[in-house]
Design a protein around this ligand. Structure first.
Ligand code: X8Z
Ligand code: ZN
Length: 602
């Protein structure tokens, strides 16, 4: 409260200062110097508000209770109001010929909210409370049968490990009992978020999200389609092969040989990555994929040790070690005595060095990759911390999601030998097995990464209405992923709400872009490291040259349009799927051979 009063005070002084000459100023065009001053003050005000609301959000996610939700929503409200006020103020400078960086900061100011609210105190408060409630509902969600309750971590483990179709179906539909209560909140959130976006000059909230890519929002949507079409044949080949293997394993009753794949058979609660069922599809005599989970368990690595491996990788590239506060303040394990949001995230609490991750780490290969993913966020945040606050972001949101993943692509058998987790890399065998295992995560994810926002964009535009939320969701799940629910769904369900980013209002196209970008980054970093050989065997571990190239791009933040940042690292200004296709090229030929004579598709 004190903070807010202080900030309102700062603004008042500035406004009062302008009052005596207001009439004259209305006549006179604003100057570049005034624009600079406005931006400096906006930065200062936003920095304070973002820091305090970030801390409230941290508490709300690590201690879910009614009080923490109220405080987080309240702080959120202050941020939203301040940004809207500033964005409206900024309109004063429209039409003024500003230097590039200032013009860009004005634009970033208008786009600073992922969730804008109507310019009305009550409606803003309503929206922030809805958002906090949806996220808390998700974070504390449990599937209960009598007194026996299981949370997402437990249910996810079952999805990964069980091969019993009945148990899988039960866990799958059980998790989806947490989300119907969100449906009404979600519909209201769509309404209020849209109104907020319209008041800022966008067609709807989806249009606002698509406007943050340094290009026309429609052109961006077309760009996403173009990338998807580049990789779609590969996904269809993988789908075809995996369906045949599941049919062989489970029989026609459970998984027919044609049509969509049953969504609960793919080893993941949302069928978004399939690496957990790699053993079910592993080919004979095609080489060997390393089981990193087994190595971590054998090395008796605990949660912190896993994070230390990630940090050591970045150190080997020349990045400074993480500060002590990271190790003191991060949440690595799920606390026993309270509810927390377990969905992994990375935080910069003070725009300087108070970096943290928040996870409920399991000792698995999947989580080892996620740790690298999260650390990628933290090292990015630190690299751009000297930029003005409005440029303290990634070049586009796909870049933020791609950095840690690109590093994790360097977790190769040879690297694992170097750090002492593996005795000897598999020798001389075929590369098909390791590539297939990787594709089960990387290629399988692509349509999922795409469809979440294809759905939300249409919800925001009104094309998918409230009466149709679940049916339209499954229409897209089938269209893009070729999967179907294991049990009938109706509009009494709200399956989109059972995926974190929907209740938490996190745009998702970023992850689709990141899947493409991370292979572009990897290819260029391998070049910088002087590597020659197949892309999937490259590890940039220990390369200062690669580290410098990466750091150069990260330090730019969002100060320049993303094509320039991409060019700085890769020498190309286009997002392009040829790197991911090159990486997996030998696998595509092999899959096509396996699929010969089959009728693929669904
Ligand atoms: O949400 C995440 C990260 C945090 S930004 C753990 N990811 C997406 C997901 O889990 O759905 C990473 C991959 C996709
Ligand atoms: Zn992320």
């Amino acid at each position: 409260m004190k903070q807010r009063m202080l900030c309102a005070g700062v603004l008042a002084v500035w406004l009062i200062g302008s009052v005596p000459s207001l009439a004259a100023e209305e006549m006179a065009a604003p100057t570049v110097a005034e624009a600079r001053e406005f931006l400096e003050q906006a930065e200062e005000r936003l920095r304070d508000l973002w820091i305090i609301s970030g801390r409230a959000q941290w508490i709300a996610s690590t201690y879910i209770n009614e009080d923490s939700q109220i405080l987080a929503a309240k702080m959120d409200e202050d941020v939203i109001r301040a940004v809207i006020e500033l964005a409206n103020e900024a309109a004063r400078f429209d039409g003024l010929d500003l230097p590039d960086d200032q013009a860009r900061m004005m634009k970033k100011l208008k786009l600073a909210l992922v969730l804008p609210a109507p310019n009305d105190a009550e409606l803003t408060a309503e929206l922030t409370r809805i958002k906090a409630r949806m996220e808390a509902t998700y974070g504390s969600g449990k599937y209960c049968q009598g007194d026996d309750c299981r949370d997402l971590t437990e249910l996810s483990r079952l999805m990964a490990e069980s091969r019993d179709p009945e148990a899988l179906q039960d866990a799958w539909s059980g998790w989806r009992t947490i989300s119907p209560v969100m449906r009404e909140d979600f519909a209201r959130y769509v309404e209020l978020g849209n109104q907020g976006a319209r008041e800022l000059g966008y067609d709807d909230l989806g249009n606002m999200w698509r406007s943050n890519y340094d290009m026309d929002p429609d052109a961006f949507a077309a760009e996403v389609d173009r990338l998807w079409n580049q990789v779609r044949p590969f996904y269809e080949a993988l789908h075809c092969y995996v369906r045949a293997q599941l049919n062989e394993k489970y029989g026609d009753e459970v998984q027919p040989a044609s049509g969509p794949i049953r969504a609960d058979l793919l080893g993941n609660m949302w069928a978004q990555e399939w690496g957990n069922i790699y053993p079910l599809v592993a080919p004979e005599g095609q080489g060997e994929a390393v089981d990193v989970t087994a190595l971590l368990v054998a090395a008796e690595a605990d949660e912190r040790a896993m994070v230390r491996y990630g940090e050591a990788f970045f150190s080997s590239l020349g990045f400074e070690p993480l500060p002590d506060s990271f190790w003191e303040k991060s949440q690595f394990s799920k606390p026993r005595d309270r509810e927390v949001v377990c969905h992994a995230s990375a935080w910069s609490l003070d725009f300087q060095d108070d970096l943290r991750i928040k996870m409920c780490i399991q000792i698995t290969e999947e989580e080892f990759t996620t740790i690298h993913h999260e650390l990628g966020h933290n090292y990015y945040q630190r690299a751009y911390n000297e930029q003005p606050i409005l440029f303290q972001d990634s070049a586009n949101d796909g870049f933020h999601e791609a950095v840690g993943d690109a590093i994790a692509l360097s977790v190769t058998p040879n690297y694992l030998v170097k750090i002492g987790l593996l005795d000897e890399a598999p020798q001389g065998g075929s590369e098909i097995a390791p590539l297939l295992k990787m594709a089960m995560d990387k290629i399988a994810f692509l349509p999922f990464g795409l469809l979440i926002d294809q759905w939300r964009w249409k919800v925001f535009s009104g094309e998918f209405g409230e009466d149709d939320y679940n049916a339209s969701w499954w229409e897209l799940r089938q269209k893009y992923q070729g999967i179907e629910p294991p049990v009938a769904r109706t509009e009494a369900d709200f399956d989109p709400g059972a995926k974190y980013h929907v209740p938490a209002n996190v745009p998702y196209t970023r992850y689709f872009l990141a899947r493409i970008l991370q292979f572009q980054f990897h290819r260029s970093l391998c070049d910088a490291a002087g590597y020659e050989g197949p892309l999937h065997e490259c590890s940039i571990y220990g390369s200062q040259e690669a580290g410098e190239r990466l750091h150069e791009m990260l330090a730019m933040g969002s100060s320049r349009p993303w094509p320039e940042a991409l060019d700085a690292l890769t020498g190309s200004s286009e997002m392009d799927a040829t790197a991911i296709l090159d990486y997996f090229a030998p696998l595509k030929g092999w899959l096509d051979e396996q699929n010969a004579g089959q009728s693929c598709g669904w």
